[in-house]
Design a protein around this ligand. Structure first.
Ligand code: HEC
Length: 113
């Protein structure tokens, strides 16, 4: 194997590791407050102001428990084509979507100011 292809492999390996590492980080407190507000206001307009369902299904720990967090994260980021669930990847990173899903599964925090 040549040195160049070793480098390509090493770069690819790092690239594949990166999303795993970046998912682990929680947002800074200020950004967390913004995300909580976004979920309560924007997501709440479809999923109910208490997230117990409306046009969209409930986003409560009981209803999400048996669903894989990863697929919920992709639903948030990419939406569900053919349904009213829109994609949110223009408004948040993958790590932030992961954080939101973890909060939803644990019981979503109230807005603070
Ligand atoms: C315009 C309405 C609308 C908005 C706004 C909206 N959703 Fe949805 N969402 C839906 C609908 C409808 C579904 C169900 C799609 C289907 O039929 O599979 C859904 C599905 C979901 C699911 C999958 C639930 C499950 O049980 O599988 C998650 C998670 C979710 N939304 C999170 C969010 C989050 C987080 C936001 C805000 C960042 C948001 N949604 C904003 C309409 C909306």
């Amino acid at each position: 194997m040549t040195l160049a292809s070793d480098r390509v492999l090493a770069a690819l390996f790092l690239f594949l590791l990166l999303p795993v590492a970046s998912l682990a980080a929680d947002p800074a407190p200020e950004r967390a407050r913004e995300l909580v507000r976004m979920v309560r206001q924007d997501c709440g307009s479809c999923h109910g102001l208490t997230l117990n369902g409306g046009l969209g299904p409930p986003l409560l720990p009981d209803t999400l428990r048996d669903k894989p967090a990863e697929s919920l994260r992709y639903t948030v980021l990419l939406g569900r084509p053919g349904t009213p669930m829109p994609p949110w990847n223009a408004f948040m990173t993958e790590a932030e979507a992961d954080w939101i899903v973890r909060q939803l599964m644990a019981g979503f925090p109230e807005e603070t100011r």
